[in-house]
Design a protein around this ligand. Sequence first.
Ligand code: IMP
Length: 190
Amino acid sequence: MKLFVATHNAHKLREIGEILPAWEIAGDDPGEVDENAPDFAGNALIKVRAIASRHPGCWCMADDSGLEVKALGGAPGVHSARYAGEPTDSAANNALLLKNLSGHADRRANFTCAVALVAPDGSERVFEGKVFGRIREELKGEGGFGYDPLFVPDGYEKSFAELPPEAKNAISHRGRALAKVKEFIHAGAA
Ligand code: IMP
């Protein structure tokens, strides 16, 4: 099954390919779309609509995701990619997060991922996944991307960046949202 994914993020594309190994995944850059929705679902829909018209009769999807930190009122949230400003810079984002959280005892946070899917008949659906955890005091690990070196999922001592990809994907916000997508498509195909 072929699936067009609206992204220019090679890390995300790789994770999606790992989570959906039976599918032929093709990235399609949505270009400079204005991700101005107030929530992840709205932004995922904006991105998938930007590519769906180019692939009539095909499955298309986009994900929008981010980190929500309790003590910061849900920030960086939909602004996760550019928390420290343009252009996206993970090192600067992580440094700003640590600075803004310094002195806070409550380090609880979660990642959220919304996946918007356009079916071959043009109908749209959004699936959401979350993973809860806490923000470390310093960066740890080399894997993953973005805030992974700072995020320790509940029940673990290691950050997402220290876990092997299959361990992260099994519990991650993206893994959980994509499991729902998989279930939906297979139920329809049966
Ligand atoms: P998006 O590309 O608009 O969905 O922005 C997502 C941003 O949220 C990324 O640039 C990362 O900063 C952060 N993010 C989303 N998912 C993850 C993840 O799995 N690990 C670490 N950071 C993530």
